[in-house]
Design a protein around this ligand. Structure first.
Ligand SMILES: Cc1cc2nc3c(=O)[nH]c(=O)nc-3n(C[C@H](O)[C@H](O)[C@H](O)COP(=O)(O)O)c2cc1C
Length: 205
């Protein structure tokens, strides 16, 4: 095997490549999310709901979906013992209850009793609760976990999906988006971009 020593800037940059801008702020070895909006959902591990903004699909067949759980959350102790969990996507109108799920710990209080609007229901396939008001629910079995210093990536095999008939339309859904540092937003005015040419979002949106 031939190893080539990597020398940065060994070649002149191609035409059109800009030099680093002077107004760039550079962070190294930092934790910084830059107000990138992320949908906040509720995960129920067995009966306990917690808010999660760190989640993503990770495979199509089988459909795998990952959520990241902090080790100091009560839910983390639950995922060590229980394989079943649900991921519940709710409309932005439930944000205050979502914040209850995201600010109280299930070993101290029963969050279902604190919710103003959200109600528990039994999952159809797995041994966990679902949030009745959800637009979309993934019922999951733990596929694997990946251990990191302060979080565990919990990867679930989605066993069953259910959603509210007629409500999952791009122009109808309004999901709560967490931007960090207590800031929230929601999606609005979706547009279908059928080609690159007509993909200009009007200014002000
Ligand atoms: C908007 C928002 C997003 C959150 N995202 C996550 C997340 O992705 N992973 C996580 O472990 N905790 C997340 N949290 C924090 C937990 O929801 C919070 O610590 C909760 O009280 C844990 O509940 P538990 O101790 O009953 O498990 C989030 C909280 C909020 C408000």
């Amino acid at each position: 095997m031939v190893c080539l020593k990597h020398t940065s800037h060994a070649l002149p940059p191609p035409d059109g490549v800009l030099a680093p801008q002077e107004n760039l702020k550079v962070l190294e070895g930092a934790y910084f999310l830059g107000y990138v909006p992320r949908t906040v959902a509720i995960v129920c591990v067995e009966e306990n709901p917690l808010a999660v903004a760190w989640h993503m699909p990770t495979n199509k067949e089988p459909f795998l979906y990952a959520v990241c759980i902090a080790k100091d959350n009560y839910s983390h102790s639950l995922i060590e013992k229980h394989a079943d969990f649900t991921i519940n996507f709710l409309s932005a109108e439930y944000l205050s209850d979502i914040l209850v799920a995201g600010n109280y710990h299930g070993d101290k209080v029963n969050k279902w009793e604190l919710f103003k609007k959200l109600r528990p229901a039994k999952a159809l396939r797995v041994n966990a609760l679902v949030v009745e008001e959800s637009l979309l629910v993934y019922e999951c079995k733990q596929e694997r976990t990946i251990n990191f210093p302060d979080h565990t990536l919990l990867i679930g095999r989605v066993e069953l999906i259910h959603y509210k008939r007629g409500k999952l339309k791009p122009d109808k859904v309004s999901y709560p988006l967490h931007m960090g540092k207590g800031y929230f937003s929601k999606n609005s005015k979706p547009r279908s971009f059928s080609s690159v040419e007509n993909s200009k979002i009007p200014s002000g949106e």
